[in-house]
Write a new protein. Structure first.
Lengths: 99, 439
């Protein structure tokens, strides 16, 4: 994993973790947690540490940047179908959070 | 488990002690003056020998841990205070002598398992089979784990059972072919003195929870309806947690416990506020652990069956209607399972970090944008995890998840009081002489 890939992965993990921490319900938080675990699984659990310090608490902003970071992973050798499935799960978690 | 076998021995002996006119009971038909009574008596002698064997073995196993409160410590510091002269040693010696001089021999497996038509013999068979099973609970590796206070309780139980055997020996002495206990008076007094000595100390009746117990198995078969299905999944999760999960599977399990606790809390509130408060705190603790585990990785381990049961528990608890009423017994079952799962998860993380199966993720340097250097190193030092307590997640587990040990003293239970009452029992209508041990 090169540095740019690692940096993108850290961003994606951090934004999804922040979404889980700021979710309005336990179910939505768990759904974001599953997305995070799925992202780690795609990388063989060799992901760098995340940090949510200093991130915004706005869920819409976090969702947008998380989406963008996950899409950006496509350029680092991940399978396009895996990325699409991940985005779908992220979207599902976000809709659960808006209920 | 010693509690079950000890309880059965005491209950059956108490029932025997409450029976009078024994000769009539041994041969209720009265058709043959001595034949039936003699054969029943010989069978009872085999059962009694089995009980004596257990008593001797148990007191020998517990004796090194029983320090007499009655005797002053010997002046010579190199001489143990629980050697000769201590009451437990005297009881062990008297029991050994009684067992050695008994010619009956232990009851065979057929004798222990074949039920008898005679109620008296059947009581004796029950006592003997419980004594045979109790050998698993008090000898060998079980004896090594005994504490001094538990050993006191065990010796107290042996003393009470020995007193009962002495009283019954006196009562059965007219049975044809009966073999009296050797030196019955000394055995009775040794048992009495031991019981007194133990009562002056502080016996720990948690000894009832020690000993052999059957291996816990997965609850198979159809899914139980409603909240029982959640209980079933939680039980199966605990059983599957015997195998070590990898870090990702552990995160999934932790998440399921958070969901189960949070979902059950409002249902528990209507029945038991204490449980509701504890489960709410448990849910919060698991949320913190879940956050802290994000930066823990590790591919060693398995845990797929445990994750399957964890997913079952989450899915079933989500499917429960919000107005579900949970019985107090089911609530207590959840609490027991939660305590054990919490302990197991804490053990898994501790062990995983100690043996290197779980590792802390590294913080990577950042790419600079407009600064002098293209790559900005991480603004923190890399500290190797030399001790498990260096990690936040381990501190959380130790401080918040592990349930505090149950500090309340274990109750002696009803059967011990019953046996003591039965030893002193005498029929109200007849002025028979006392059957208490005599010199």
């Amino acid at each position: 994993m090169d540095l740019a890939h690692a940096q993108t992965l850290v961003e994606a993990r951090s934004y999804i973790a922040a979404l889980a921490d700021n979710a309005r319900s336990v179910e939505a938080s768990s759904a974001y947690g599953y997305v995070l675990i799925e992202l780690d699984r795609l990388h063989g659990d060799e992901s760098p540490a995340l940090s949510t310090d200093g991130l915004t608490t706005s869920r819409d902003v976090l969702f947008a940047v998380a989406n963008s970071a996950v899409e950006e992973l496509l350029g680092h050798g991940l399978d396009a179908l895996d990325i699409e499935l991940l985005l779908a799960r992220l979207d599902e978690a976000h809709s659960l959070d808006r209920l | 488990m010693y509690g079950e076998n000890g309880d059965r021995m005491r209950t059956e002996l108490a029932a025997l002690l409450r029976q009078h006119r024994v000769q009539h009971r041994l041969d209720p038909s009265g058709s043959q003056p001595s034949g039936d009574r003699e054969s029943a008596g010989l069978l009872i002698l085999r059962y009694r020998h089995t009980v004596l064997s257990w008593c001797t073995q148990a007191v020998l196993a517990a004796k090194p841990l029983v320090f007499s409160t009655a005797l002053p410590a010997p002046a010579n510091p190199f001489r143990a205070s629980n050697e000769s002269g201590a009451v437990a040693s005297e009881l062990a010696r008297a029991l050994h002598a009684a067992q050695e001089s008994s010619t009956a021999g232990n009851a065979t497996l057929e004798m222990l398992s074949a039920p008898s038509d005679n109620a008296v013999v059947e009581h004796w068979r029950s006592v003997a089979s419980a004594a045979a099973l109790a050998e698993h609970d008090t000898n060998g590796s079980a004896a090594v784990a005994l504490t001094a206070a538990q050993a006191e309780a065990l010796v107290g139980d042996v003393a009470a059972i020995t007193q009962a055997l002495v009283v019954l020996d006196h009562r059965y002495s007219n049975t044809p072919g009966w073999e009296k206990l050797a030196d019955r008076g000394r055995l009775g007094w040794a048992a009495l003195a031991t019981a007194l000595d133990v009562s002056l100390g502080q016996p720990d009746y948690s000894v009832d929870q020690t000993g052999w117990r059957p291996r816990t198995k997965v609850l198979r078969g159809p899914v139980r309806p409603g909240v029982l299905g959640v209980l079933q999944a939680e039980h199966n999760l605990l059983v599957h947690l015997r195998s070590f999960p990898n870090a990702m599977n552990l995160r999934l399990i932790v998440d399921s416990q958070r969901q189960v606790s949070n979902s059950l809390t409002p249902m528990a509130e209507r029945i038991n506020g204490d449980y509701a408060a504890r489960w709410s705190a448990r849910g919060t603790t698991y949320a913190v652990i879940q956050q802290q585990l994000r930066n823990i990785g590790g591919r060693l381990g398995h845990g797929a069956p445990a994750v399957g049961e964890a997913a079952n528990a989450s899915a079933r608890v989500r499917a429960l209607p919000p107005d579900t009423i949970i019985e107090p017994r089911v609530l207590a079952g959840f609490q027991t399972l939660f305590d054990r799962i919490d302990h197991r998860i804490a053990d898994i993380v501790d062990d995983g970090i100690d043996r290197g199966a779980f590792v802390e993720r590294i913080t990577i340097p950042k790419l600079g944008t407009g600064a002098k250097h293209l790559i900005i190193p991480a603004a923190e030092k890399f500290i190797p995890v030399t001790r498990a307590s260096d990690l936040d997640v381990v501190r959380t587990l130790r401080e918040r998840l592990r349930p505090p040990p149950d500090s309340g003293p274990a109750s002696p239970g009803q059967s011990r009081a019953d046996l003591h009452t039965a030893i002193l029992h005498r029929p109200a209508s007849r002025g028979t002489p006392s059957e208490a041990p005599q010199l």
